[in-house]
Write a protein that binds this ligand. Structure first.
Ligand code: F6R
Length: 606
């Protein structure tokens, strides 16, 4: 969703801002703009559409003089994606420019009040109230005006502000929306995420809710919401700049699919010590485990499906009931959650609005909370009692791949870890070996299926695809269908195979593609019957069995092979050929794979 950058230093600001905005393109946007301060004047350039047009308009920044500025990519919520609605927004007196990520919930009341007071609005956005409030409260001190403004705002915001009265300074404010400061040599930055900073610096400060920062070229000062100066830890970004670049692949998505063996290894290996799973970060939770009466997993989209896959292992090994709930539903469901509930909240970005709200709701009801998160320092990570980081590295493609598989890997490890600590695990060494084998098996799943592009050419013109499976295979079907529809725009639905007869089978007709997951031996015979049922109604079946499963091999029309593995953990392997299939189908259809239409990488609105 929206992205923010800010820069102050000794080099021209506009090219730095444009470069930062390009790094944030993956978050999804439909307009962009920059505001740069020069000799006491703020100039604003905005476009509808791509950053490339903004670069063209400004001669790659060369036509915009000045060393201090802010920039923005906007994903439209309030008002259409037009130039007027694009950020930065200017105050009526032209002294302030503001960029904003988030939603101002009380903007209508504020807008009416400001109009009554004589302020003129140029856009339909919720953001514009902010810049007029700052102008209204400004009495010679920007920090004071920001504190007063923030006190009037309800909702979520990461703000970047410049004021023509304060050359060389940029201001950043955070409330429930990500904002990170970058510390350079005689130059400083802020951005919505670290990908926009790593080309310039690896030293960063994660702002927390209610914090303000005042940055000049050689100084960073941070304040709490009452204006008291505070000191914050400087963190070091350890991942490689190349991790956020395509590295010879046509798309980030394909690169990230191929990175999964390494990402899962980086997530699993450091947590296995002396043949046991060990999470040092959960030392405080271990004594509380015997008191846990149920586990609730909550998340959105693929992260929710990762939870669906992980539920089986947690329940089987720990013998604790596990519920999976969509965060957008849980938050409004008056949930039956108390201090004996362990809430596991899963999020790649750590900034998904519904996930954050569900986490807050469950915390308020007394649940113990554990976050499984990829982005270090994100909101979900800072709100939860305990955080286990997946170590997928930066995920740029909007459709998650390595984010999802590393989430499942963590859930499997948690299942083994909890069960072992609860004294409920008999076959720990075998399970730990299975966990260690996951990266290798994911690589095999890639290598064993060179036919994916050809299968994609066979299926890419289909009107609809059905994904079926039972138990753990059903969890994979859910994610397989989501991957297909979000990047190829082909209608794809997942069904628990046993449910077909209860309605869906009416949709099966001649040549209708059915993708059948058949790796779970406890239900394989049953899924086989479902394959026979759909085939006898004319369906073309593409099956995904373990490679030596002769019965499925002879029943299906087409095959993708899964290397042998413990069925409890196999979803993390099964999904990989389906990610590749979705990728190649989307490619055959000429889709914008890394930035599918209408989607954003981190969904910071409800
Ligand atoms: C699908 C996808 C989304 C995310 C969902 C949650 O490919 O990426 O469904 O999984 O928006 O995002 P996070 O994990 O960032 O909370």
């Amino acid at each position: 969703m929206c992205g923010i950058v800010g820069f102050t230093g000794r080099q021209s600001a506009a090219p730095v801002l444009l470069d930062g905005l390009k790094k944030l393109e993956y978050r999804g946007y439909d307009s962009a703009g920059i505001a740069v301060m020069d000799n006491g004047t703020i100039s604003v350039n905005k476009v509808r559409g791509r950053i490339a047009s903004l670069c063209e308009k400004t001669g790659d920044g060369a036509s915009v003089p000045g060393f201090t500025g802010i920039g923005h990519t906007r994903w439209a919520t309030h008002g259409a994606p037009t130039e007027e609605n694009a950020h930065p927004h200017l105050s009526n007196d032209g002294r302030f420019a503001v960029v904003h990520n988030g939603i101002i919930e009380n903007y209508i009341v504020l807008r009416e009040e400001l109009i009554r007071d004589g302020y003129r609005f140029q856009s339909e956005t919720d953001t514009e109230v902010i810049v007029h409030l700052i102008e209204m409260y400004y009495a010679g001190n920007v920090r004071d005006a920001l504190i007063k403004t923030a006190n009037r705002l309800r909702g979520s915001y990461a703000l970047g502000v410049i004021c023509s009265e304060e050359p060389g300074k940029i201001y950043a404010v955070r409330e429930a929306s990500p904002l990170i400061l970058g510390i350079g040599m005689d130059e400083n930055f802020f951005a919505s995420d670290v990908t926009a900073l790593v080309n310039h610096t690896r030293n960063v400060v994660y702002l927390e809710d209610g914090e303000f920062a005042e940055l000049s070229g050689n100084d960073i000062r941070i304040f709490d919401c009452s204006g008291r100066e505070i000191s914050k830890k400087v963190s070091r970004i350890t991942w490689d700049v190349q991790a956020a670049e395509k590295g010879g692949y046509d798309h980030f998505m394909l690169k990230e699919i191929m990175e999964q063996p390494a990402a899962v290894r980086a997530t699993v290996a450091p947590r296995i010590k002396d043949g046991k799973v060990d999470f040092e970060e959960l030392a405080g939770l271990v004594p509380e485990l015997p008191d846990v009466s149920k586990i609730v997993i909550t998340a959105c989209g693929s992260a929710y499906y990762a939870g669906c896959a992980g539920k089986y292992a947690l329940e089987r090994l720990c013998r604790i009931p596990v519920e999976t709930q969509l965060a957008s539903e849980l938050r409004y469901s008056d949930p039956l959650i108390d201090s004996r509930t362990l809430l596991i909240v899963i999020s790649q970005s750590g900034e998904t609005a519904d996930t954050i709200a569900a986490l807050r709701e469950c915390r308020a009801r007394g649940a113990k909370t554990l976050a499984v998160v990829n982005v270090v320092g994100s909101s979900v990570a800072s709100l939860a009692d305990y955080t286990v980081y997946t170590r997928a590295g930066p995920e740029i493609a909007v459709a998650t791949t390595k984010g999802y598989t590393t989430q499942i890997a963590v859930l499997y490890m948690l299942a083994v870890f909890f069960a072992e600590r609860l004294g409920r695990l008999d076959d720990a060494p075998e399970l730990v070996e299975e966990l260690q084998a996951l990266p290798r098996r994911i690589q095999q799943a890639i290598d064993m299926n060179p036919s994916v592009p050809a299968l994609a050419r066979k299926y890419h013109e289909s009107r609809a695809l059905f994904f079926i499976g039972r138990n753990t295979d059903y969890a994979v079907a859910l994610e397989g269908a989501l991957k297909m529809k979000e990047i190829s725009y082909i209608h794809a639905e997942a069904y628990a195979a046993g449910e077909l007869k209860h309605g869906t089978i009416a949709l099966i007709e001649e040549h209708c593609p059915v993708i059948a997951l058949c790796c779970n031996p406890s239900v394989m015979e049953k899924t086989l019957s479902n394959i026979v049922e759909v085939k006898s109604r004319g369906a073309e079946v593409l099956a995904l069995p373990f490679r030596d499963n002769r019965r499925i091999l002879s029943a299906a029309d087409d095959l993708l092979f899964i290397p042998d593995a413990d069925a409890l953990f196999s979803p993390v392997i099964e999904i990989v050929p389906l990610q590749l299939l979705a990728y190649y189908v989307a490619k055959a259809n000429g889709c914008d794979i890394d930035k599918p239409k209408n989607l954003a990488k981190s969904v910071t609105v409800e």
